[in-house]
Structures are given as structure tokens and as C-alpha cells.
Design a protein around this ligand. Structure first.
Ligand code: AMP
Length: 292
């Protein structure tokens, strides 16, 4: 496995890869790799090309009062994990390599989709995400990019960007990987105290309560959200930022299921902010994996 910290070094190597007729399979991450990331890498390997993983905690997607400084970082452990999974190349640039002079002039604005839900609570977040992904896609030139459905709105923002900017990449969305107790895996879980870690599965438990109600033919959004809140009320340390039933494409609120809708939540435990989502409908459906 080769590790690059410069755009120039990575590009030179990728030119060779393309010359050899191999495809480039790209998994962008912010590091502190966990099983969720590893499944994306394993999925990328199935497509047979050279797997490139980026590890970059992107400052421009964090707000002033957010956890950029405390975001978990462990490059040595990440490289050991990636090396064991047959990753061909890791791109781990410093911030100055991605933003020379610390300046960000040209940005990608995802429009209204970037301003609701996560975007409303984290102003500028999706502009940061879309901009860094546009840069990474341009640097790496991947055939396919593998992303996790845990970050459902991020998948939608990237899909919109790929379509709107006619980027020649395929986005492959992969299911959310969870701990045994249902908590969605996240690098931020490392920052939970033991007490918070015990409470955190209430987030998924709440989503499941709504799924169960929908399968029992409860169809109104109010009732489904009420089922969620009943669970969360028993866990006051889980402070909900938003909890909404939304259309899977537009992320605009819906009044009822069916058709299937996406239940999205953001909650804070102490200073740790977690997000999760699930598809809610009258039938139980596993999350789909595939090109979006
Ligand atoms: P991050 O390092 O958190 O920016 O995530 C990098 C990629 O891994 C994104 O596409 C995430 O959606 C994905 N990812 C993070 N956590 C999970 C998870 N629990 N299951 C599936 N994908 C995940």
C-alpha cells in the first residue's frame, strides 16, 4: 500500500494505474476508521480496480463551534487497517495541501438541499462537504465512489452534485453498519463516555419504534414521530436536534407513509453529536446497496 500526502505524488501514481487499464475505486473518509468504513473498502475491492482511500479531516465542513479540534484522529491505526484490507493507495494530505494559503475561494453550493436538516443545524456544512468531494474527485479521478447511507443527506447532496456538474463518476451507496446494540458506527462514538455509550442506542431504538408502527399500518407522520419520541423521552440525556419524516429524494417533510419515507434524526449526548436514519414503510426492507 502506498501512502501519499501530496496531490502531485498521488496523481503521478494514478496516471500509471490508468495506463495499466485498471479502474479506480475511491472511498473518501475522515479517518478514525471503523467497521463502517471497512465495509465500504471491502465493497470497493469487489469491483476489481485499485482502491484509493482518502483520510482527511476537512476543516471547511466544520462550523466555528463544532468538533474539528476534538474529532478523533489516528493515522497509524488507520494505515494498519487499510493495509490489511488490500487498499492500493491512501491519500492523507495536510490541510495546506488541500487549501494552499488556508484560503477557500471557489466553492460548490448544493442549493436548498444543503440548507435543510443537517444543513440547517450546521450552516455551511454541505458546502464544505461538496467542495472537498469535488476537489477529491478531481484529484483522484475515480470510476466509482463508495459512500455510506448512515449519512443519507450527504449521499443526496453528492448525487445531486455528480448529476448537476456532469461528473463522470458512479456513486455506490452502502448500508449503515451498526454495533450489536443498533448504534450506527461513527468515528464520533469514540468520544462517548461509558454512560453516554449506554444511552446512545436509544437513537436507533427510537427509529425502530417508528418502523414497527409503520409495519403495523400506522401511516401518519405524527403518530410515527410520536412513537420515536416515546422512546426518546425515556432517555433525557439524548437531546434531539431534529427528528423528521422526509421524502427520500427531496428531504422535504412528508405527512404520511406509504410510500416509503426516510426517518432522520440528529441528537446530542453531551458534546457528541450523532446522526442516524432509517427507511420507514409498511414492509420491512433492508437498506439497498447500489448505484444512486
Ligand atoms: P466519515 O469518515 O465519517 O466522513 O465517513 C466516510 C464514509 O464512511 C462516508 O461515506 C460515510 O457515510 C461512511 N460511513 C460512516 N459511518 C458509517 C456506517 N456506520 N455505516 C456505513 N457507512 C458509514
Amino acid at each position: 500500500m502506498k501512502v501519499f500526502t501530496t496531490v502531485e505524488g498521488l496523481r503521478a501514481e494514478l496516471t500509471e494505474v490508468r495506463r495499466a487499464g485498471l479502474t479506480i475505486e475511491f472511498v473518501p473518509t475522515m479517518g478514525a476508521l471503523h467497521e463502517g468504513h471497512l465495509r465500504l473498502i471491502q465493497r470497493a475491492r469487489r469491483d476489481g480496480g485499485v482502491v484509493v482511500v482518502s483520510i482527511f479531516v476537512n476543516p471547511t465542513q466544520f462550523g466555528e463551534s463544532e468538533d474539528f479540534e476534538t474529532y478523533p484522529r489516528d493515522l497509524d491505526a488507520d494505515l494498519a487497517l487499510a493495509g490489511g484490507l488490500g487498499v492500493g493507495m491512501v491519500f492523507a494530505p495536510a490541510a495546506v495541501e488541500m487549501y494552499p494559503g488556508g484560503e477557500v475561494r471557489t466553492t460548490v453550493d448544493p442549493g436548498p438541499l444543503g440548507g435543510i436538516l443537517e444543513g440547517a443545524h450546521r450552516p455551511g456544512h454541505f458546502t464544505g462537504v461538496a467542495t472537498v468531494c469535488a476537489k477529491l474527485f478531481s484529484i483522484v479521478g475515480p470510476d466509482r465512489v463508495y459512500v455510506g447511507r448512515k449519512d443519507a443527506q450527504q449521499v443526496a447532496v453528492l448525487k445531486q452534485m455528480v448529476n448537476d456538474l456532469n461528473l463522470a463518476v458512479e456513486l455506490v451507496a452502502c448500508p449503515t453498519v451498526r454495533e450489536e446494540d443498533g448504534l450506527a458506527m461513527s468515528s464520533r462514538n469514540r468520544r462517548l463516555s461509558p454512560d453516554q455509550r449506554r444511552e446512545a442506542p436509544a437513537i436507533f431504538e427510537a427509529l425502530q419504534a417508528a418502523s414497527a408502527a409503520a409495519r403495523a399500518r400506522e401511516s401518519s407522520a405524527d403518530a410515527l414521530l410520536g412513537a420515536c419520541r416515546a422512546v426518546l423521552d425515556r432517555h433525557p440525556s439524548v437531546r434531539v436536534q431534529y427528528l423528521e419524516l422526509v421524502d427520500q429524494q427531496t428531504f422535504e417533510p412528508v405527512d404520511r407513509v406509504p410510500p416509503d419515507a426516510l426517518l432522520v434524526i440528529a441528537a446530542q449526548l453531551g458534546s457528541v453529536r450523532l446522526i442516524d436514519n432509517t427507511i420507514v414503510g409498511t414492509a420491512e426492507r433492508p437498506e439497498r446497496e447500489g448505484v444512486v
